[in-house]
Every structure is written in structure tokens, then in C-alpha cells.
Design a protein around this ligand. Structure first.
Ligand code: G6P
Length: 752
């Protein structure tokens, strides 16, 4: 339709131009005709009076000659007349003869027009008067062979303009009507053709017997409809998202293609112990890994990651590949080896000293160095190249993860234009003003827009991203569809809040609550009636660990009855320790914990237990189960899966979650006690409330949060992204078919 309209507009413009050209031509021709006509009349008038003119030519006084001239001007279109002698003086003039005309000037103009009075031909018009509405003719008068001079006639030509205007109007109306009729016919014809075309397509879809040229399109549309119907039905029937459903979704929607993940952190790190023999498999502390590993197990495929474990090389084959999980081996890790310089610039520098503080409001200044940026680009390219080695089709499904790989989507897209690239940003997205701190905002945004789908945890992150695009790029933002269109390709920008596998794999690997409580209490040397709070984090300044310990201190200050009874165990996994800010945080926390222990410790009682080492998930889950309260105090966090893990661990529906309002999780786990971690009094009150809470209330709150996490689990997260990707893929394929087969633009095809 848009195309027909455009054609119609062009047609109208074209015809308009032709009309204008023709009317100019008509103007000129009409004037020439009328001038010729007027010259002819002048000659006739003068030759009719010739004998009398010759007779009275030299008479004195010239009253008869003037009378003759006046008779000639009786013609309504002759305004004035004069007789010019051969010596170029006036012999006689009528009353209204223009004073600016002299015989000499008229003669001069006659010469300039190459005519000659002796040639006895009508001389050309002489437009000597301003306005151009008069025509001056000079007709020679002679007696036998002797030239006496010439008669000058001034004609009124204003009627010519009036007639030309009428003809122009007529022409305009004729051409205008023609143009409108042609445009209308074009639009109607295009509409009819499209309707017929859509009817044929619809009939083909209903009856199953489409015209041969429609068959591939019909097949794709049917497939898409079947998928949507099946998906809706599963939702209606309340079918839970689980590994089976995710796998089925992948098989059904994406024809079982394996997925390829690009993430900096690998799910299994092979480490050689500092002392002793053998190789240890470590599950790194990373929300990204926690969420994606079960997805990968369900889908199979390849996870491309930085190989940085001390035994990673020796456990991988010569291509850097290793099958995981150990003993199950359902997917591959492809390790990418980086030089120490690359790791320093790309991982520690640009990713974690630049982008990480840029995206988190935690009052740590981002540092951007051009060397780091060069390494970031180089490593993104290296990962993109590795991915090209791992894919086995032209349209693979690629999941690019997190801020380490902002440039990878467009680097991959350059080589695999038909790939389905889903990029998920696991951390918050800054507002456009803050984002402008980064010296390379355009590069990052353009890199990310290589993706087909761009996922964030919250709608407000999506909005901030789209605002940045609006501010830094020449791209069309479709806020209604949640899409950014650049270079004719669109990227969906959607919120997909991440979650955990459900039931969470680790809950089956740890003993029930009572047993966990007993063993952890024993390990910490706590009395059986003691109260236990836990915090579980990487040692990162965004997690608000200092503020958390201050809240514990305040709790003990304000409520002395908890002294000697309440212990807070902080599990803190060392993280990014080469960065100064992280070292400084480590020291601060140690000091705060020591101070609190000094203030409130007694005998064996230590209110804060700082466990600064990596803990494997089964140990972490035992702590969750043993705790009365879990406090997540992030100053800013995309989602925070510790909060969800705590909920998943509490099969007994016990325990209370105190949760920072600055986490994505706070929007979902609304039954937690939501606090502002900067408000130490408020946080200490929430801890007290948690320790006082009745068992019934704890159960109600926990039950409701568990119901939420079980339904909105990570299989649903991945499933929704894959379903959206599959729709996008079918739509692209359909658009391709329609444009190839029917020669219509991609824009039109995508809207059919
Ligand atoms: C955050 C990031 C992840 C990262 C994790 C652990 O959750 O979003 O991408 O893996 O922190 O950080 P690390 O630097 O140890 O991978």
C-alpha cells in the first residue's frame, strides 16, 4: 500500500511538472501568435490608408495627416499612432502617443532587429514600453521607389495576457484531473491486487492447497501459527516451564538447532590445588553462570568462555574443547585463551574498571583507558572469530552474555547476517547522561544493535537503553514495539527478568533444613537456640556488604537482647582481586567486622563471621537452609540471584528474606522485607522484625515467593527469549520469501 501511495504521489508530482512546462510553452506561443496577428492588422490598416498618407505626408500644417492617424486608431486595439519622417522627426502624432518613444529610438530598434524599412516587410514587435502589454509596429511608407518614412502603431496587448491566463487555467484543470484519475486508478489497482493476493494466501492457508508460488510462504505461516497456538495452549493448561518444555520449544520452534553461548565466565573451571595432587572442578560465583548453566544442560550446544583455570588447558582438547558437566557431558565448553595483557585490558580494565562501575550506581568512579578499549575490541573480535569456528549453519542461535561482549553481536552479524543473536545484559543499564561518560558510546550501542533481541532485567533498563540510542545514534526508535531500527534491521529491546532452575539442582544435593542447621551451627560453634543471619556474595562494592555489617552493628546496639544470641555469617567469595577498589573493599570489611566483634563479642561469641573464600554451591545452600534471615543489601543490582536462591533453598517455607530495594529481585519478591540499605536504622529494624516474625507469617511470605520463583524460573526466561527469537526468525524468513518471490519491499512484506 505504501508503495502504491508513493507511486501515486510521484505521478501527481510528475504530471504537475509537465503541466507547468506546457503552460509556459502555451504562454509563449499564444503571445507570438497574437503579435503576428497584430502586426498583420497594422500592415493592413496602414496599407489601406497608404494613398492618403502619401498625399498628406509633407503637408503643412499636418492636421490632415494627424486626422488620418486618428482614424487608424479608431481600431479598439490600436492605442496611438505617429508618422516619422525619413530624417527621423515626427510629422504628426495622435494624442496618447507615448512620450518616451522617439522616431530615432524606433529606427534604432528596427536596425537592432535586423529588419529594414526598405524591405517592406512587417517589422518585428518592439516592446519598448514598460509592462510589456503593448506592441509597437513600424510600417514603412513610400511613394513609388522613394521611402518617405514610417508609421508607428502602438497596440494594446493586455487581452493576450487574459487569454493566456484562461488557457493556462484550462490546461491545469485538464492535467490535474488526469493526474488525480491516474493516481486513483493506481492506488485502487494496487489495493485490489493486494487484496487478491492476501485472499489467495488466506485461502491457501485455510484449504492447504495454495498456488505453487505461495506454498513456501504458506508453510512458514502455518508453522508460526502452530507454534503460537501450541505455546498459548501450554500456558493455558498451566504447563510449567521445565527443561523438557524448553528443549521441546527449541526443537519445535528452532528445529532443534543447538545454541551457542558467548560468556566471559565458564560454568566449570578446572583448578590445580595449591598444594596436593589432582584437579578440582569449581563452580564459579556468578549469577550469570547460576542462571545459564541449567539452560545449557537442557538445550545442549557450546559455551564459549575465557579459559582461566589453572588446569583448564590440560583438561581441554587441542581446540580448547571440553565436555561438561563432569559425568553427564551434555554440552561443550570451548575455551578461549587470552594473553595476560588481553585479560588485564579487556577483563580487569575496560569491563570491570570501566563498564561495571558505569552501569552500577555505587559511587565508584569508572576508569576508561584507550589501551583497555583496544584490548576490549581485540578480545571481542577473538570471541566472535571463535564462535564462527563453532557454528555449523548460516543461521545459528547465538546467546551473547553481558557487558564483556558489547561489540560481539555486530561482529558476528557481519559474517552471519541470518543468525539469531540474543544478547542479554545481566547488569543494570545507566541513564543516557551517565552513559555519556564512556568515551565510546556509539561503538558500544552499535555493537549491541547487531543482536536480534536485546534483553535486560527490567523495563526501566530497556527504557534507559532506548534513551541512549535516541541520544547517541541515528536510529529509529519504535517505543510501541519495543524496537530499535538501524540500517533497515530491527532489534527488539525487551525485559526478561532472569531466574533460577526450578526445582533448583542444589536443593537435591543438600540435606533437609534441620540437618543443615545442625551441621552449620556446629561448624560456627553456635548454641542450638542461637539466631543466624547470612549474607552470600562475591566481594564486590555493589553488594553493600559494609552497609550490611553496619546494620548488624546497629541491630545489636538497639536491641541488646540479640547480643550473644545473633550471629551474622558473611560468605564472601574473593573477586577481581587485582583491582584496587576490590582490595580496598576487602580491607574495609575486615575492619568493620573486627570492630563489631570487638564491641559485641564475648568469650566464644563473635557476632560477625567473615568467611572470605570460595564456597561451592552445596555449602552455600546449607547456609541458606540453616539461616533465620538472609540479608541481600546490594546498592545496585540487575537482578540478584542470591535472593532467589535463598527462596529456592527454603523448602521448609521458613526463614525471612531482607532485600534491598535497589535490586531487580525486589520488584518480584515483594513479600521480602524490602529495605533501603543506606538507611542503617531501617535495615536494622527489618532485621529485628525478621527475627521476631511469627512462623505463620514467615510461611505465608515464603510460600508466596516460592510460588513466584517456581513459575517464573530460568526455563521460562530462556523459553520466552527463544520463542520471541523463533517468531522473529520466521518473520524474517517470510519477509525474505515475500521480497524474493513477489518483488515487494521488506517493509511492506513485514507488515503483511
Ligand atoms: C556479575 C556479572 C557476570 C559475572 C559475575 C561474576 O554477575 O554479571 O557476568 O560472571 O558478576 O563476576 P566475574 O568477574 O567473577 O565473572
Amino acid at each position: 500500500m505504501g508503495q502504491a501511495l508513493r507511486f501515486a504521489i510521484l505521478l501527481v508530482l510528475g504530471l504537475g511538472f509537465v503541466t507547468w512546462g506546457t503552460s509556459v510553452l502555451v504562454d509563449r506561443t499564444t503571445r507570438e501568435w497574437f503579435e503576428k496577428d497584430v502586426s498583420l492588422r497594422a500592415r493592413l490598416a496602414v496599407s489601406g490608408a497608404r494613398r492618403a498618407l502619401v498625399t498628406h505626408w509633407h503637408e503643412e500644417p499636418p492636421s490632415d495627416l494627424r486626422g488620418l492617424l486618428s482614424e487608424i486608431t479608431d481600431d479598439e486595439r490600436i492605442l496611438a499612432a505617429a508618422a516619422c519622417n525619413a530624417d527621423l522627426t515626427f510629422l504628426a502624432r495622435t494624442k496618447y502617443f507615448p512620450s518616451q518613444l522617439s522616431c530615432g529610438e524606433i529606427e534604432h530598434r528596427i536596425r537592432a532587429t535586423d529588419a529594414s524599412p526598405s524591405e517592406q516587410v512587417p517589422w518585428r514587435s518592439l516592446e519598448v514600453l514598460p509592462g510589456g502589454n503593448v506592441h509597437v509596429s513600424a510600417i514603412p511608407v513610400g511613394d513609388r521607389d522613394q521611402g518617405l518614412g514610417f508609421v508607428v502603431l502602438v497596440h494594446d496587448l493586455s487581452f493576450v495576457q487574459r487569454r493566456a491566463a484562461t488557457s493556462r487555467l484550462f490546461l491545469l484543470i485538464t492535467f490535474g484531473s488526469l493526474a488525480l484519475a491516474a493516481a486513483g486508478i493506481t492506488v485502487v489497482a494496487a489495493r485490489l491486487a493486494r487484496r487478491k493476493w492476501s485472499d489467495d494466501l488466506r485461502m491457501g492457508l485455510r484449504s492447504g492447497s495454495a498456488r505453487p508460488e505461495f506454498q513456501p510462504v504458506v508453510r512458514d505461516v502455518r508453522e508460526l501459527v502452530d507454534r503460537i497456538v501450541a505455546e498459548k495452549q501450554s500456558d493455558r493448561e498451566g504447563e510449567a516451564w521445565n527443561p523438557k518444555r524448553l528443549k521441546r520449544t527449541l526443537n519445535r520452534y528452532l528445529r532443534g538447532e543447538k545454541v551457542v553461548i558467548l560468556a566471559n565466565r565458564e560454568p566449570y573451571v578446572h583448578e590445580k590445588p595449591k598444594c596436593g595432587e589432582g584437579i578440582r572442578v569449581v563452580h564459579p560465583a556468578s549469577g550469570l553462570v547460576t542462571a545459564l548453566e541449567p539452560v545449557m544442560r537442557a538445550c545442549s550446544g557450546t559455551w564459549i568462555a575465557h579459559g582461566n583455570g589453572s588446569a583448564d588447558r590440560e583438561t581441554a582438547d587441542r581446540h580448547g574443547r571440553v565436555r561438561v558437566p563432569p559425568g553427564e557431558e551434555s554440552y561443550l565448553i570451548r575455551r578461549v585463551w587470552l594473553t595476560p595483557e588481553q585479560e588485564k585490558g579487556y577483563y580487569y580494565g575496560f569491563s570491570n574498571e570501566g563498564l561495571w562501575p558505569l552501569c552500577h550506581i555505587a559511587h565508584t568512579r569508572p576508569i576508561f583507558r584507550s589501551d583497555d578499549w583496544a584490548h576490549y575490541k581485540e578480545v571481542n573480535q577473538k570471541f566472535a572469530d571463535t564462535l564462527l569456528e563453532e557454528v555449523d549453519s548460516e543461521d545459528p542461535i547465538v546467546l551473547v552474555q553481558d557487558y564483556h561482549f558489547a561489540l560481539a553481536p555486530s561482529l558476528i552479524r557481519q559474517h552471519l547476517p541470518r543468525a539469531t543473536i540474543i544478547m542479554f545484559w545481566h547488569i543494570p543499564w545507566p541513564n543516557s547522561q551517565r552513559f555519556g561518560i564512556c568515551p565510546w558510546p556509539k561503538h558500544l550501542l552499535e555493537g549491541m544493535l547487531g543482536a536480534s533481541i536485546l534483553g535486560f532485567h527490567t523495563q526501566s533498563d530497556c527504557n534507559s537503553f532506548v534513551d541512549c540510542v535516541d541520544r547517541f545514534l541515528e536510529a529509529r526508535v519504535d517505543r510501541e514495539q519495543g524496537a530499535v531500527v538501524q540500517h533497515g534491521r530491527s532489534t527488539l529491546v525487551r525485559a526478561y527478568p532472569i531466574s533460577l532452575d526450578w526445582p533448583c539442582q542444589w536443593t537435591t544435593k543438600v540435606p533437609p533444613v534441620e540437618q543443615c542447621r545442625a551441621s552449620i551451627f556446629k561448624e560456627l560453634g553456635l548454641e542450638s537456640d542461637a539466631l543466624l543471619g547470612v549474607g552470600v556474595d562475591r566481594l564486590d562494592y555493589t553488594k553493600g556488604v559494609e552497609e550490611r555489617l553496619l546494620a548488624v552493628e546497629r541491630l545489636l546496639e538497639r536491641f541488646p537482647k540479640f547480643r550473644g544470641r545473633f550471629t551474622f555469617a558473611q560468605l564472601a567469595a574473593p573477586s577481581r582481586t587485582l583491582i584496587d577498589r576490590y582490595r580496598q573493599l576487602n580491607e574495609n570489611i575486615e575492619q568493620v567486622a573486627a570492630r563489631i566483634n570487638e564491641r559485641f563479642g564475648q568469650g566464644n561469641y563473635r557476632p560477625v563471621v567473615l568467611l572470605r573464600t570460595h564456597h561451592e554451591p552445596p555449602t552455600v545452600f546449607q547456609y541458606y537452609r540453616a539461616a533465620d534471615v538472609c540479608y541481600v543489601s546490594s546498592l545496585h543490582d540487575g537482578m540478584n540471584l542470591v535472593a532467589k536462591e535463598f527462596v529456592a533453598a527454603r523448602e521448609d517455607e521458613g526463614g525471612v528474606l531482607v532485600l534491598s530495594q535497589f535490586t531487580g529481585a525486589a520488584r518480584e519478591l515483594t513479600e521480602a522485607l524490602i529495605v533501603n540499605p543506606y538507611d542503617i536504622d531501617e535495615a536494622s529494624s527489618a532485621l529485628a522484625m525478621a527475627l521476631h516474625m511469627s512462623e505463620d507469617e514467615k510461611r505465608d511470605r515464603m510460600r508466596s515467593m516460592r510460588a513466584f520463583v517456581s513459575e517464573f524460573n530460568v526455563y521460562r526466561w530462556a523459553g520466552r527469549m527463544l520463542v520471541d527469537a523463533a517468531r522473529l526468525r520466521t518473520r524474517d524468513r517470510l519477509t525474505g520469501r515475500l521480497t524474493d518471490h513477489f518483488d515487494i519491499s521488506a517493509n511492506v512484506a513485514s507488515r503483511l
